[in-house]
Design a protein around this ligand. Sequence first.
Ligand code: ADP
Length: 483
Amino acid sequence: MADPRAAARALISEHALIAGEAVTGSGSRIAVDDPATGEIIGHVPDLGEAETKQAIQAAHDAFPGWSRTDPHKRAAFLREWARLIDENIDGLGALMALENGKPFEEAKVEAVYANSFLKWFAGEAERLLGDTQDSPLGHAIITFRQAVGPAALITPWNFPAAMLTRKLGPAFAAGCTAVVKPASQTPFTAIALVELAYKAGLPKGALSLITGDAATIGGVLTSSPLIRKLSFTGSTPVGKKLAEQCAPTLKRLSMELGGAAPLIVFADADLDVAVAETIKGKFRNSGQTCVCPNRVYVERSVSEEFAEKLAAEVAKLKVGNAFEDGVKVGPLIEDKAVDKVERHLEHIKEKGGRVLTGGGRHELGGRFFQPTVTLGGDDALFREEETFGPLVPIFAFDSEDEVLAKANDSEFGLASYLFTRDLDRAFRVGRQIEAGMCGINTGLTSTAVAPFGGVKESGYGREGSTHGIDEYVDIKALTLGLR
Ligand code: ADP
């Protein structure tokens, strides 16, 4: 692509959308920056209660028509939307690289991954199966899976496209209408996707996108009786608050919250595979994913060897601006994210851990941090706080029971990883780990066909897979008196 930055800027729309119409608002605007430079790349309107209510009303009004549309037509719409996204992979990738800071090549992979949810759920729309049952009362019971109603979808900045399509794909497949609130750090990708949805023929009102203060918009969405479903991806404290706000109207909830993923390497593992996969899992999005390994436990007999191999590979990762050739690690999203990684690194050092590579802020300055590997220290902090940055703390362990207890001693339970060539152990540990997902001999588990979600304070509900659509449907039972 000749000039990806120019392609990204060409896709920037500085407005929200209510029922498909551009809304610029009359008040203040929110600045969006390029995390690599801090330069302002555009603004979005700072909308509030009135506009959010309008969007909710539009979703409510559009719901009867959209939910009763032939599911094959909804599938056809999803496929047309996906086709338009496929035509714009480079542009959308460039836009994500610009507003999020992730390397351009990686951002294009996200665009493809994001689109895979629309394609998958187009198929699911065509397979919204119910069942039939004879009842002991002499009736026939027939079930239908029907859309829950207008849905509020609140998404984070780390996957500006995929977190949106992972919700909108099943919502539209089921027949829900939606109001979207993207993260203020990365609204432009979401706006571009919504514009493409309308280009693909989505009926007016079926989708609105509101930008502005999260607490204000979130407050209106969660308290509205017209919204029947909330799907949220973000931090556990905000998720808890939203669940509380939804309680008075008893909305259906999906909560994809924080993690503190353990990654366990047993001595019998293929260490080269374990090293390569740890890097893939940890450094995606510069360490800013809720499934990134947060704490790496390695059996003591191989801990030095693993740590040295990992450090040698991590030292090769090029840090820089998303659009530079060969960059694997970009900047963090904001200044306070850098402060947090620094605090976690200081903690490791205070507890006696050794730095094997990296070890502080990057010479590029700003929001860049050196990819860092440490060995030793204390893991307690990493059980309860996700670093969300390019730091891999390694801790040695002596027995399976010990490491399993440590892995499970956390409020979180989203992703987990284990490396072993012992099949019995893979199943035994894999099934006992308290996490919604466990990657065995792999550091990447996310695809549209795999159920994504957590247990404990990592939330509930599943996205993707054959289960994803369940979050957006109610089971309607028709009981037929047979005479
Ligand atoms: P992160 O640490 O990933 O930014 P947050 O939970 O703060 O996680 O943000 C995730 C999403 O939730 C973003 O879209 C953000 O704007 C939104 N958000 C944050 N606080 C609230 C709130 N009080 N009500 C509704 N949405 C919120």
